[in-house]
Design a protein around this ligand. Structure first.
Ligand SMILES: NC(=O)c1ccc[n+]([C@@H]2O[C@H](COP(=O)([O-])OP(=O)(O)OC[C@H]3O[C@@H](n4cnc5c(N)ncnc54)[C@H](OP(=O)(O)O)[C@@H]3O)[C@@H](O)[C@H]2O)c1
Length: 273
C-alpha cells in the first residue's frame, strides 16, 4: 500500500491538472485508489466554480477512468450537499439529488462520472467531517467560547458530525471486503449515529470543555440558537443533512457509533494539548 502525501510540496500530482493524476496512476498501477482530496471551501467555490469543478469533478472522473482501465478500485468521499435538504427524514442512497451550491453540484458530477466510468468503486457520502488535526467547527467554538460572553449558533441545520477516523475505519473494513466480493461496490451513506444541530454540537463541545476544566467565558445559557436565515453565506447549505446509513451497515455488518463518541475522542485529544 502506498500513501501519497498530498500535503507535501510539490504535490505528487495536482488535482487542478487532472491528466497529471492519470500519469501518476499509470506509473503506480495501484490495486485501489482512495481519494479524499477536494475543493471543500464551500462558500469560496461559489466564486471559483471552474476550479471547484476541476478538483471535485474532473479529477475524480480521470481517476475513475484510469481505475477502470487498470481494473483498480476507487474509493471516493462525497457529501450530503448533493441533496437540497428539504424535509426532516434521513435520505437513503436512492433519494433524489438536488444540490444547492457549486460544491454540491461538482461533488454530484464526480459521483455520476465514477458510476458511468464502469470502475469498481465505493463512494461514501458523509457529513460534517472533523479531525483533531487541522481546523474544525469544534475548535472554532472552543476559541469563541473562551473569548466571548455570548455565541449565536445555527440550530435549523441538522446532521451528524462524522470523524475522519470513522471514515478511515469504515474504509479499512469495507474496501477489502468489496475487493473480495465486487457485488458490494457502489454508493453508500456513511455518517456517525444520531443527529444534532450546529447549536447542539456547539453546546456539547463547550460543556465537555467546561467539564474538563478548560477556561470557558461563555455561560451555558448564552449559547443561543439562531436560524440559518440570520447567518447568510454565499453558498446555501441543506437544512436536513440526515443520512440513512442502513445500506452500509447491512452490507458490511458495521456499527456506526453515536456522533458524541468520536467528537469526545477528538476533544480529549485537543483539550489535552
Ligand atoms: N468537511 C466536511 O464536512 C465534509 C462533508 C462531507 C464530505 N466531505 C468530503 O470528504 C472529503 C475530505 O474532506 P475534508 O473536509 O477532509 O477536506 P479538506 O480538509 O479540505 O481536505 C481536502 C484535501 O484536498 C487537498 N487538495 C485540495 N486541492 C488540491 C489540489 N489541487 N491538488 C491536490 N490536493 C488538493 C487539500 O490539500 P491542501 O490542504 O494542501 O489544500 C486537502 O488535503 C472530500 O471529498 C469532501 O468533499 C467533507
Amino acid at each position: 500500500m502506498i500513501a501519497l502525501d498530498f500535503d507535501s510540496r510539490p504535490r505528487p500530482a495536482d488535482f487542478t491538472q487532472p491528466e497529471s493524476l492519470a500519469a501518476l496512476v499509470r506509473e503506480l498501477r495501484p490495486d485501489a485508489i482512495v481519494n479524499a482530496a477536494a475543493h471543500t471551501a464551500v462558500d469560496k467555490a461559489e466564486s471559483e466554480p471552474d476550479l471547484a469543478r476541476a478538483i471535485n469533478a474532473t479529477a475524480p472522473a480521470v481517476l475513475a477512468r484510469e481505475a477502470a482501465a487498470l481494473g483498480a478500485w476507487l474509493v471516493h468521499y462525497s457529501t450530503d450537499y448533493v441533496f437540497d435538504g428539504s424535509g426532516s427524514a434521513p435520505r437513503d442512497e436512492t433519494a433524489s439529488t438536488a444540490p444547492l451550491s457549486v460544491y454540491g453540484r461538482t461533488k454530484l458530477e464526480a459521483e455520476q462520472a465514477i458510476a458511468a466510468s464502469g470502475c469498481r468503486h465505493l463512494v461514501l457520502r458523509t457529513s460534517w467531517v472533523y479531525a483533531a488535526r487541522g481546523g474544525n467547527f469544534a475548535k472554532t467554538m472552543l476559541r469563541l467560547a473562551a473569548e466571548r460572553d455570548a455565541l449565536n449558533v445555527i440550530d435549523d441545520q441538522v446532521g451528524a458530525p462524522t470523524g475522519a477516523e470513522l471514515l478511515a475505519d469504515v474504509t479499512a473494513q469495507a474496501l477489502p471486503r468489496a475487493m473480495a466480493n465486487p457485488a458490494l461496490g457502489g454508493l453508500y451513506h456513511c455518517a456517525a449515529g444520531g443527529e444534532t444541530s450546529w447549536h447542539g454540537y456547539a453546546r456539547h463541545v463547550i460543556e465537555r470543555a467546561r467539564a474538563a476544566g478548560t477556561p470557558v467565558k461563555v455561560a451555558a445559557d448564552a449559547v443561543r440558537p439562531i436560524p440559518t436565515a440570520q447567518y447568510p453565506t454565499p453558498a446555501a447549505r441543506p437544512l436536513n443533512s440526515r443520512l440513512d446509513t442502513r445500506k452500509l451497515r447491512g452490507a458490511f455488518g458495521l456499527v456506526l457509533p453515536p456522533w458524541q463518541q468520536g467528537v469526545d475522542r477528538m476533544l480529549d485529544e485537543i483539550l489535552a494539548r
